[in-house]
Design a protein around this ligand. Structure first.
Ligand code: GDP
Ligand code: MN
Length: 376
C-alpha cells in the first residue's frame, strides 16, 4: 500500500526526524490560513501517489500566504499522470545547500532490508544507480541485530565530508531504519535529505510503501489508505475477498489458487495472448465469489473472453458451476466464456453448466487455446 508524502512525514516525525512545519489542505482558503500561520515562504505540494510531481508542475514555491492561496488554485484539481490532486501539503520552504538520498527497501534475494544512501539526491535513485553506481553506498542490515550506530555513521560519512553534518545525518538514518521496521514498510525513503546553509540536516520529501501483509497488525496505517488513488476494480476485489491485479491483455482469468492463476497466465502468454488480470477466487466454494469476480472482470472493456480454470480440491466444481450459471443469467456477459473443471464434483459441475450451454473441458491447454481463439 502506498501512502502520501504528508502521511509519511507524520510517521517520520514521530520517530524524531527533522521535518519542516506543514499541514494538509483541500481548499484554497485552508491553504491561505495554513500559510498565514506558518508566516514564512512555503511550498505548495500536490499529494498524489505518483512520482515526478515537481516536473509536472505539482510543486510550487510561494513567497507569502496570498501567493500560496493563488498557486493552490492551479494545483488543486490538476491531473498528474492520471491522478487528480485533491490535497496539497503546505510546508515551510527551506533554503537548500545540498541534496542527498537515503532510503531502505527489502532485498528479497538477501532476505534482509538494505539501506542505500547517496550524495546525489533530488533525482531518481534508479537513474543514479544506472549512470553513476559508485555514488551509492548499500548496507544490508541483519534484522536480529538492527542497524548499529557506527554503521549509520559510516553511511553518513559516505554522503558528507563534514563530521558535524555526518553526525546529524547518522541520526536521521537511524530514525529511518526504526520507522521502516516498526511500520512493516517495504520501502521508506527521503529524497532529498537536504542541508541548509546553516548546516542543518532536514528531510523535505518522504515516501513510504507498506507491505500489505503487515497491515492487519497496523490499523493506524491501514487508516491512511486513500481509495481515490487506487484502481477501483482492485479495491472492489479486495472488499469481495478476491486477490486481483489488473493487467492489460484481453483474456479475463478466473482461477482458484494463486499458483494455478500464475500458471494460467503463463499458459495464456505461451500461446501468444495476454491475460487481462490475475484473479484468485481462493480455496472456498462460495458461488458469490464467482459472481463478484465476473462483475469485476466485465468492467474491463479490453476483455474479449473469460476463462475459468478450476481445480477442485477443497473448492467444489459444482459450487463454482452454480456461481457461473447465476452470473451468466444475471450479468449476460457480452463475451464468450470457456471453462475448465477438474477434481471434486467435476461431473456434477458439468451437468450444472449445461443449463447455460457451457461445455467444460478438463485440459488446461485446450481451454486456454479455446479462449484465445474466441477472443481473436
Ligand atoms: P518530488 O518531485 O515528487 O520528488 O518532490 P520533492 O519534495 O522531492 O521536491 C522536488 C524538488 O523541489 C526538490 O528536490 C527540491 O529541489 C525542490 N524543493 C522541494 N521543497 C523545497 C523547499 O522547501 N525549498 C527549496 N528551495 N526547494 C524545494
Ligand atoms: Mn522527491
Amino acid at each position: 500500500m502506498k501512502i502520501h508524502e504528508y502521511q509519511a512525514k507524520e510517521i517520520f516525525r514521530k520517530f524524531g526526524m527533522p521535518i519542516p512545519d506543514g499541514e494538509i489542505a483541500t481548499s484554497d482558503n485552508e491553504v491561505g490560513k495554513i500559510a498565514a500561520r506558518i508566516g514564512k515562504p512555503v511550498m505548495v505540494k500536490a499529494q498524489v501517489h505518483v512520482g515526478g510531481r515537481g516536473k509536472a508542475g505539482g510543486i510550487k514555491y510561494a513567497k507569502d500566504a496570498h501567493q500560496a492561496w493563488e498557486l493552490s488554485q492551479q494545483i488543486l484539481g490538476m491531473n498528474i499522470k492520471g491522478c487528480i490532486v485533491r490535497k496539497v501539503l503546505i510546508t515551510e520552504a527551506v533554503e537548500i545547500a545540498s541534496e542527498a538520498y537515503i532510503g531502505m527497501i527489502i532485498d528479497r534475494a538477501a532476505k534482509m532490508p538494505v539501506m542505500m544512501v547517496s550524495p546525489a539526491g533530488g533525482i531518481d535513485i534508479e537513474e543514479v544507480a544506472a549512470t553513476t553506481p559508485e555514488k551509492i553506498m548499500k548496507l544490508h542490515v541483519n534484522p536480529m541485530l538492527g542497524l548499529q550506530n557506527y554503521q549509520a555513521m559510516n553511511l553518513a560519512r559516505f554522503i558528507y565530508g563534514d563530521i558535524k553534518t555526518a553526525r546529524k545525518a547518522a541520526q536521521v538514518i537511524m530514525q529511518l531504519y526504526r520507522a521502516f521496521m516498526h511500520i512493516d514498510a517495504s520501502l521508506a525513503e527521503v529524497n532529498p535529505l537536504i542541508t541548509t546553509p546553516q548546516g542543518e540536516v532536514i528531510a523535505i520529501d518522504a515516501k513510504i510503501n507498506i507491505d500489505d501483509n503487515g497491515l492487519f497488525r497496523r490499523p493506524e496505517i491501514e487508516a491512511m489508505r486513500d481509495l481515490n488513488e487506487e484502481d477501483p476494480s482492485e479495491t472492489q476485489a479486495k472488499d469481495a475477498g478476491l486477490s486481483f491485479v489488473k493487467l492489460d491483455g484481453s483474456i479475463g482469468c478466473i482461477v482458484n489458487g494463486a499458483g494455478l492463476a500464475m500458471a494460467t497466465m503463463d499458459t495464456v502468454k505461451h500461446f501468444g495472448a495476454e491475460p487481462a488480470n490475475f484473479l484468485d477466487i481462493g480455496g472456498s466454494s462460495n458461488p458469490e465469489k464467482v459472481i463478484n469476480a465476473m462483475k469485476i472482470i466485465l468492467k474491463d472493456s479490453n476483455v474479449k473472453a473469460i476463462l475459468f480454470n478450476i481445480f477442485g480440491g477443497i473448492t467444489r466444481c459444482d459450487d463454482v458451476a452454480n456461481g457461473i450459471v447465476t452470473a451468466v443469467k444475471e450479468l449476460k456477459p457480452p463475451v464468450p466464456i470457456v471453462v475448465r473443471l477438474t477434481g471434486t464434483n467435476e461431473d456434477m459441475g458439468r451437468r450444472i453448466l449445461e443449463e447455460v450451454n457451457l461445455v467444460a473441458t478438463s485440459s488446461m491447454e485446450d481451454v486456454v487455446k479455446k479462449a484465445i481463439e474466441l477472443a481473436a
